[in-house]
Design a protein around this ligand. Structure first.
Ligand code: ZN
Ligand code: ZN
Length: 170
């Protein structure tokens, strides 16, 4: 029988737990995510993502969200696909039950919507490290001082390139 020296085994450090004090969505398994997506109801483009109010068309719905919920769209002047931009956070709400502004998770769509309306979190807002998916609905290149459509390929990613091709008719 050998009595080994047991020193040197580091205690599990107090890592983790630091980052996600509110977000539960990040802990879902892929299976759970798939199930949620399959079961989730999705908002139509006529439906308010904050209260499920249904409008006659997307424009009326935008009016509703802007007037009733003070919808704030960051850098709205650079949005190239407003319908997509609304649909995207709509899925965070309907599938992820997650506030699109503060990313808190909730148990249901209704609870998520209630939180956003109560807290005034009806904002489409993002930061670089928060939500990369949303930038496909924007085109900021015209805002660059040295923007040159002829030479734009150099620094754009494929998604932006598609938008650019669309813009110039392929
Ligand atoms: Zn509404
Ligand atoms: Zn919130």
């Amino acid at each position: 029988m050998v009595i080994s020296d047991q020193s040197g085994a580091p205690l599990p450090a107090a890592t983790g737990a630091a980052q996600d004090d509110a977000v539960e969505a990040g802990e879902m398994t892929q299976e759970e995510i798939d199930r949620r997506i399959a079961e989730a109801r999705k908002f139509t483009s006529n439906e308010c993502i904050f209260c499920s109010h249904e409008s006659a068309d997307f424009e009326t719905n935008m009016d509703h969200m802007t007037v009733v919920h003070s919808l704030f769209v960051l850098d709205a002047e650079f949005v190239v696909d407003i319908e997509g931009l609304i649909r995207y956070p709509g899925e965070s709400i309907s599938i992820g039950n997650m506030c699109i502004y503060c990313t808190r998770g909730f148990a249901s769509i209704e609870a998520t919507q209630r939180h956003m309306v109560d807290k005034g979190h009806c904002k489409i807002y993002y930061e670089d490290d928060m939500d990369e998916g949303i930038d496909e609905f924007y085109d900021f290149r015209p805002s660059y001082p040295d923007y040159d459509p002829e030479n734009a390929d150099a620094e754009i990613d494929p998604a932006d390139k598609c938008a650019l091709l669309d813009m110039f008719g392929g």
